[in-house]
Ligand binder design. Structure first.
Ligand code: GUN
Length: 282
């Protein structure tokens, strides 16, 4: 049996279409477009590409894009002063500071300075706390995109065994919180877990977010399981995921890399910006 390939690119395009329609309605009502400010510090080539893509997607969704490019030697105080200005700017609904930041800047100090209601990345501890306790907030884009793909395949997630591989604040932890909110039985495995394979073998749903090319082996996967591969690893062979591609022969459904989770992240960012704009407008 070969797994159904989950077409994240098509799903993301549909989501972006729906966001564009809702953004037009917001603009009509509010008399202004939803606005997203993206801040890039330095000239990391991968980050530059992401920031350009985010700006393009924002304009394509009929929203205002504000791009702030700062030099790599900007001080933490200057960056925080910019965040303060964006927090106070009524035309800005969403603020995203592209990570990683240069070593001399404390990422935590910057993230916690962002107004939680403009934190479209969902990285602020207030939003992490809202997610953990079931309050409305802004949810990190990549895990929310993964959940949307999963819900498309499993309209009823309740009771399913889910294993999340990786415990980062950006993907693993919020992913586990989202699956728990959906009443899955959730296990998070990580670098200190004694028997990763034993856990993965039980799972109806596997979300791999470890950043190790081909880490998840086909033999680990329960036949018919749904596998979401968050990995985007640049190797000599091009972009590869965290899941060995031979898993396609065991899984019931699987996201390809590229074209699976990747396109969802920016689409959800657009969605989060619209949600932030709607809540701010009351
Ligand atoms: N760097 C890599 N992914 C992300 C992301 O989702 N948000 C931000 N702010 N920086 C990133």
């Amino acid at each position: 049996m070969t797994a159904r390939l989950i077409d994240g690119k098509a799903f993301a395009a549909q989501l972006r279409g729906r966001v564009a329609t809702a953004a037009a309605a917001f603009t009509e009502q509010a008399g202004r477009k939803p606005g997203l400010a993206v801040v890039l510090v330095g000239e990391d080539p991968a980050s530059s590409v992401y920031v350009r893509s985010k700006g393009k997607a924002t304009l394509a969704a009929g929203m205002e894009s504000f791009e702030h490019r700062l030099s790599a030697d900007v001080s933490e105080a200057e960056l925080i002063a910019l965040v303060d200005r964006l927090n106070a700017d009524e035309t800005v609904d969403g603020i995203l500071v592209q990570l990683p930041l240069p070593k001399h800047i404390d990422e935590r100090a910057v993230i916690t300075r962002i107004d939680p209601d403009k934190d479209v990345d969902g990285f602020h501890p207030v939003n992490a706390g809202r997610l953990a306790t079931g309050l409305d907030g802004l949810v990190p884009c990549t895990p929310l995109g993964c959940l949307m793909l999963l819900q498309d395949i499993h309209p009823h997630l309740a009771g399913l065994e889910a294993v999340v591989i990786g415990r980062s604040n950006i993907v693993g932890k919020p992913m586990a919180a989202l699956l728990l909110q959906q009443s899955c039985t959730v296990t998070t495995v990580h670098s200190r877990t004694r028997d990763v394979m034993g856990h993965v073998r039980q799972a109806d749903i596997v979300v791999a977010a470890v950043g190790i090319p081909g880490f998840v082996q086909p033999e680990w996967i329960k036949p018919g399981a749904t596998v979401i591969d968050v990995g985007i690893n640049r190797t000599g062979d091009g972009l590869v995921g965290d899941v060995d591609p031979r898993a396609v022969e065991v899984a019931g459904a699987i996201t390809p890399v590229p074209g699976g989770v990747g396109p969802m992240t920016i689409a959800v960012l657009m969605r989060n910006t619209l949600v932030a704009a709607g809540r701010r407008a009351g």
